[in-house]
Design a protein around this ligand. Structure first.
Ligand code: CAA
Ligand code: NAP
Length: 250
């Protein structure tokens, strides 16, 4: 492992938190691949890649819809052909479709479960064999404070994100003896476009309820990813690390 550059795939890598994770991993010497979908459009991701290159960070981008197993397969196989097997997988892509349960439509439920939970199967299933063969790997799943405490208007999201914790703990046991760790990060409210979809007065009252008095920054999640990805973090597995400014403690 020491002589070879590690390969890291970050799903949703061109988004708010994903971009910070990609930059941090790239700055720490990983070959980073940012996964993207954008409903089938490539332009945004290409511009993102160019902007990172201008900042001195050489990263790859890989197209795939993580809700679709075949699309994900094409994406992962393409990465493996170009870079070899993936050492660090960050399951970061996710969406919200917030509404009260009594108004929630079947498609709002299914979209969130598919993107935030079923994707864990699609992506990880296709990556894990390479890690098993190599006898080393890091799987880092991005959950949420709202998995831990529930959130008004997010039955779909809270259910999907809570499912990630069960997935993490079960898989961690299965691969622990193979040099692979599987962990979850549960960020609180982080300043990205995702929280900008929350109506301003509601968002402001959430901010007021955060003991540190502010939203988190994407870089504050990225540093936890880097920590968990490290060679020396091999004894941490099946764990959850919360980073929420004190909004939820247990
Ligand atoms: N607890 C109790 N009651 C609440 C409440 C809460 N947290 N929020 C709203 N209500 C009540 C309101 O007071 C109102 O009551 P009345 O009818 O008696 O006046 C009623 O519920 C309806 O509230 P709204 O007018 O806000 O209803 P809406 O249909 O316009 O919107 C909503 C509902 C979409 C859930 C909206 O309140 C909302 O967006 N809430 C924020 C949800 C949220 O936190 N999402 C996180 C997105 S970011 C993310 O997900 C990242 C992450 O992991 C942290
Ligand atoms: P974001 O900027 O909206 O990023 C979400 C990413 O998910 C986008 O890059 C998007 O890629 C990708 N994505 C969505 N659907 C996809 C699909 N079908 N296939 C492939 N990729 C898909 O939001 P963010 O705030 O950075 O969120 C990143 C993760 O952190 C999410 O899992 C979110 O739930 C979690 N989180 C966020 C917060 C917060 O407060 N912001 C808090 C806790 C947890 P494209 O645009 O290319 O489709």
């Amino acid at each position: 492992m020491e002589n070879k550059q590690r390969v890291a795939l970050v799903t949703g890598g061109t988004g708010g938190i994903g971009s910070a994770i990609c930059r941090d991993l790239a700055a720490n010497g990983y070959q980073v691949i940012a996964g993207y979908y954008s409903g089938g459009s490539h332009e945004k991701a290409q511009k993102w890649q160019q902007a990172q290159a201008k900042a001195g960070l050489d990263m790859a981008i890989a197209y795939g819809n993580i809700t679709d197993y075949e699309s994900t397969k094409e994406c992962i196989e393409g990465i493996q052909r170009e870079f070899g097997s993936i050492d660090v997988l960050v399951n970061n892509a996710g969406i919200t479709r917030d509404t009260t349960f009594k108004r929630m439509t079947p498609s709002q439920w299914i979209e969130v479960i598919n993107t935030n939970l079923n994707s864990m199967f699609n992506v990880t299933r296709l990556v894990i064999d390479g890690m098993l063969e190599k006898g080393w790997g890091r799987v880092i799943n991005i959950s949420s404070i709202n998995a831990e405490k529930g959130q008004f208007g997010q039955t779909n999201y809270s259910a999907a994100k809570a499912g990630i914790h069960g997935f993490t703990k079960a898989l961690a046991q299965e691969v622990a003896r193979k040099g692979i760790t599987v962990n979850t990060i549960s960020p609180g409210y982080i300043a990205t476009s995702m929280i900008m979809d929350v109506p301003e007065p509601v968002r402001e009252s959430i901010r007021e309820g955060i003991p540190v008095g502010r939203f988190g920054e994407p870089e504050e999640v990225a540093r936890i990813v880097n920590f968990l990805a490290d060679e020396n973090s091999g004894f941490i597995t099946g764990s959850n690390i919360s980073a929420n400014g004190g909004q939820h403690m247990y």
